[in-house]
Ligand binder design. Structure first.
Ligand code: OAD
Length: 247
């Protein structure tokens, strides 16, 4: 099947769909200038996830971890949503039931005006007190004092999910409530290496219920073999093409 045929099938399917589920990962923000985690220019190529994104790494060197988050916060603040984010936000306006489950902590879907976004790995723009767990919004860049401290004196940490930690319950429930009814017609899985079991589980669950599954990624992943259509291309090219023909 060639590229134009694939786009046409997606457009036809979307026209006949009522409920849309979207899973995104770092690849959807790559064209905004935000590095991904894996791959040749990814963070995990030269840096250690155990040191920078685990509770043990934070306990060992909170300043180092905060310096990395401060660097990423500054970088993200200087980036804008790209055509992939804007296409999803436009598409959402056409449906009563539309949910984006993102692994990204950058907030770019919301900045592109997407409404129903579940941040399953938390937000880089929130901080959490390590003593009482209180969460606060914090968009200051650069942060003045590193490691960041709460007014109670305890260390603050980024309100993100690190390796070895469980996903936030409320967000998990929102996703399962959305997909468990078995009526998702169309699912996009975009820009994720799909290495976490829950990503594969969500894609497999909607697929088992009969959802049409479309993957957009530069490379094949564990999802590709169950997807109905795979676009091996940039999300910022494919999504605008689909929405242009649909809307
Ligand atoms: P990864 O860095 O693992 O994967 C990014 C994916 O995006 C790869 O499969 C790329 O091929 C694809 N990609 C890159 N540019 C793209 C583009 N322009 N259009 C489409 N696809 C593109 O990122 P995630 O799958 O999001 O977690 O990683 C999942 C989690 O692992 C992250 O949330 C983070 C990381 O460690 C934590 O920090 C806990």
């Amino acid at each position: 099947m060639n590229y134009n045929e694939k786009v046409k099938i997606c457009v036809d399917r979307l026209k006949h769909s009522k409920k849309i589920f979207v899973i995104t990962g770092a690849g959807v923000s790559a064209e905004s200038g935000i590095p991904t985690f894996r791959g040749k220019d990814g963070y995990w190529k030269n840096q250690s996830p155990q040191k920078l994104a685990s509770p043990e790494g934070f306990a060992e060197d909170p300043k180092l971890v905060w310096e990395w988050y401060d660097y990423r916060r500054r970088l993200i603040k200087g980036c804008e949503p790209n055509p992939a984010h804007y296409s999803l936000s436009k598409l959402e306006r056409k449906y009563d039931h539309f949910l984006i489950a993102t692994q990204n902590v950058d907030g770019l879907h919301q900045r592109a005006s997407s409404l129903n976004v579940v941040e399953i790995h938390g937000s880089i723009w929130e901080v959490k007190c390590t003593k009482d767990g209180k969460v606060e919004k914090n968009t200051e860049t650069p942060l003045k004092e590193l490691p960041l401290r709460c007014s109670c004196g305890a260390l603050m940490r980024p309100n993100v999910v690190w390796f070895g930690e469980t996903l936030p319950e409320k967000q998990l429930r929102e996703i399962y409530d959305f997909i468990k009814t078995g009526d998702v017609d169309f699912t996009f899985i975009i820009g994720t290496s799909a290495l976490f079991y829950y990503i594969i589980d969500w894609a497999q669950t909607v697929k088992n219920y009969g959802s049409f599954l479309v993957e957009i990624n530069l490379d094949n992943t564990a999802i590709s073999s169950i997807a109905d259509i795979v676009f091996l291309n940039q999300a910022g090219i494919i999504l605008p093409e689909i929405t242009k023909q649909f809307i």
